[in-house]
Design a protein around this ligand. Sequence first.
Ligand SMILES: NC(=O)c1ccc[n+]([C@@H]2O[C@H](COP(=O)([O-])OP(=O)(O)OC[C@H]3O[C@@H](n4cnc5c(N)ncnc54)[C@H](OP(=O)(O)O)[C@@H]3O)[C@@H](O)[C@H]2O)c1
Length: 424
Amino acid sequence: MKIAICGAGTVGRGVTQILQDNQALITARTGKAIEITVVASRSVPTDEIFKDIAYTADIGSVCARQDVDVVVELMGGTTDAKVLIETALSAGKSVVTANKALIAEHGDALFALATKHEVALLYEAAVAGSIPIIKVIKESLAGNQVAWLAGIINGTANFILTEMAASGPTRTFDEVLQEAQTLGYAEADPTFDIEGIDAAHKLTILSALAFDQPLMLAHVQIEGISSLDSVDFKFARELGFKIKHLGIARCQNGQLEMAVHPSFVPATAILSQIDGVQNAVLVCGDAAGEILCAGAGAGAGPTGSAVVSDLIDLVQGTSSSGSLGGRSSALKALPVRPAAEVVSGYYLRISVEDQPGVMSAVTAILARRTISLDKILQEDIAPNRSFIVLVTDPIQHGVISDAINELQEMTSVIAPVQSIRVFR
Ligand SMILES: NC(=O)c1ccc[n+]([C@@H]2O[C@H](COP(=O)([O-])OP(=O)(O)OC[C@H]3O[C@@H](n4cnc5c(N)ncnc54)[C@H](OP(=O)(O)O)[C@@H]3O)[C@@H](O)[C@H]2O)c1
């Protein structure tokens, strides 16, 4: 099988390295060779591993070549990469990509094109790097109805949260973000990672696959991590939680929920053990129960490994052609549960002036809406000022939002109320 690598950056290098290092092993296992015909990229790749491979700056030209069977799109972005994939599929070539933004935003049309031309569009590397979560949902859990899934699917955000938890109140969010950038874990423009957009792209793909849905990025509730304060990590620890940035999708009573947000997770829960740049996805199937897949979510080797696994499926002829999960004819959009009706426990941190009756006024606002409390504590922050910290039992988002609005109107509440969902 002859392939074109389009994009000679981090992942392009990783794929090329694996195919060179493990060429004999892959050929022995599959009975066929995977050969790189050409590397196409904007600028001439200078890395040693490309030195014996033909190069072209004309990306589109690879789709017309007779000596290219599969186009591997590793450029990123949703413009040129989209044109490349459309051209390749229309030319009857299968495509492997790591591009989660493109799949989440334009996947439905691209999968339809792949189906029309009876070729495959594979994307294992688009979600959680080395973790074979696409295969697990698509193949291993194919006989299950998935009830829900929850994942730590952005390594940058997980690194920042892990560091903030470890450093206590001594470092701010901005300081830890700067460290992540220095270490190469965060882009110069970190918006996609810290505001939850990258995680929303991945959750869109996982939800579509798990619940036989079209890709519904617009219906994902997205909240990033930049509003977290170091004091929330202190209270999380005191209350027996860790703060994780989770992507959660759930199908309940025929309605779908999809959200990406910071979450209080019990410190003993399995997702709380996933630290640093690691990723993990917990999937609950009706027959299989809960399955945790964890590992490196990014980087040349881990992401390249996922791309190569798709190439091996293609060379062995084991990949389904066309659709997201090989079941495109069954895709039917479920109704999405309105955000106000989604149920969760909540951590609330309320900054108050110490006045007689403040605590009872706060609890009265919650009691009027039958919001019951699991934990409560009060801590002084300055003379005459303190935090009231609460963890509620599960309650609809609309109800807690109303309560927060009313709390905010109290004259003794002196700063915006911090609220973070609890995931159990
Ligand atoms: N890095 C990871 O760990 C990781 C993990 C999972 C998924 N991904 C996905 O994998 C894809 C590639 O990521 P990456 O980190 O390898 O990116 P990267 O290091 O920035 O490399 C991108 C490569 O594509 C080339 N390129 C970009 N736009 C192009 C265009 N319009 N025409 C021609 N060449 C173009 C770049 O050329 P220049 O050098 O000239 O700009 C560069 O060689 C993205 O979709 C990303 O989301 C990456």
